[in-house]
Write a protein that binds this ligand. Structure first.
Ligand SMILES: Cc1ncc(CO)c(N)n1
Length: 228
C-alpha cells in the first residue's frame, strides 16, 4: 500500500500522520492569505476588525464547547487531562476580557456584531459536541486542532523577518507564543493517547472532525478577509 509514508506507525503519532497526510488542506488553514498578510504587513485593517468582532462571538461559543469537552473528560477519562482542559477553559475568561479591550482599541462595537455565515456554521459545529454520543476522543482531538490552527497561523506573524504591524503584535503573540504552543502540544499528547486506545470507527470520526475543522477555519479566514 502506498500511503506516501505518512501512515501512523510506531514512531509517528496519529495526529502528526493526519497533518502530513492532509498537508495541503492544513496549509490552506495555517498559511491563509489573511494571516500571511498580517505577517507581510499588508493586512487590510477593515478585515482585521471584522475578524476581531467575529472571533469574539466565536470564542463565546468556544467556552460552551470547551465546557462540553471538560464534561466528557470527567465522565470518560481518568488521568490528569482534566487539569489541562480546565486550565484552557479558565484562560478563556482572560481572552474574553482581551477581546473587549482590543475591540475598544479598534473601535469595534462588540454588541453590534452579528455573526456572518461561516461563523454561524462553525458555531453550529461546536454546538454539536454537546451531544453525549460524541466521544471524548473525538472532542479532545477537535479541541487540539482548533487551537493548533491559530497557534501555527499566528506563530508565522512573530517569526523573525516578519513585517507585522506593531499594533497587531499583541494579537499574534496571544496565539503564536511559545507558551501557547506548549499548551497545544499537551493537547496533542492527550489526543494521541486517546486515539491510540480508540476503536477504528472513533478514530475515523476524529479524522473527519479534524478535516472539518480545517475547512471551517479556512472559511473563517475567508469570511474575515472578504470585502462584503
Ligand atoms: C475561529 C477560531 N479558531 C480557533 C481559535 C483559537 O482559540 C479562535 N479563537 N477562533
Amino acid at each position: 500500500m502506498d500511503d506516501g509514508g505518512v501512515e501512523a506507525g510506531k514512531d509517528t503519532s496519529t495526529t502528526a500522520a493526519w497533518v502530513a497526510r492532509h498537508r495541503r488542506l492544513y496549509e490552506r488553514a495555517t498559511r491563509h492569505p489573511f494571516t500571511v498578510s498580517i505577517h507581510d504587513g499588508t493586512v487590510d485593517l477593515a478585515a482585521f476588525r471584522r475578524w476581531l468582532g467575529q472571533d469574539y462571538m466565536f470564542v463565546k461559543e468556544f467556552v460552551a464547547f470547551l465546557a462540553s469537552v471538560l464534561l466528557k473528560c470527567c465522565r470518560q477519562s481518568e488521568g490528569s487531562d482534566m487539569e489541562i482542559i480546565l486550565g484552557g477553559l479558565a484562560s478563556l475568561s482572560d481572552e474574553l476580557s482581551w477581546f473587549k479591550k482590543e475591540a475598544d482599541k479598534w473601535s469595534v462595537g462588540l454588541t453590534e456584531v452579528s455573526p456572518l455565515k461561516s461563523n454561524t456554521l462553525y458555531c453550529r459545529f461546536l454546538q454539536s459536541f454537546s451531544e453525549p454520543e460524541i466521544s471524548y476522543t473525538v472532542a479532545i482531538t477537535t479541541f487540539w486542532i482548533i487551537e493548533t490552527v491559530y497557534q501555527d497561523s499566528f506563530a508565522l506573524c512573530i517569526e523573525e523577518g516578519n513585517e507585522t504591524p506593531p499594533e497587531l503584535l499583541g494579537t499574534c503573540q496571544r496565539w503564536g507564543s511559545h507558551e501557547f504552543k506548549q499548551y497545544c502540544q499537551s493537547l496533542q499528547i492527550i489526543a494521541d493517547r486517546c486515539l491510540a486506545e480508540a476503536p477504528a470507527d472513533v478514530v475515523r470520526s476524529a479524522e473527519e472532525a479534524f478535516l472539518r475543522v480545517l475547512e471551517l477555519e479556512i472559511g473563517f479566514w475567508e469570511m474575515s478577509s472578504s470585502q462584503t
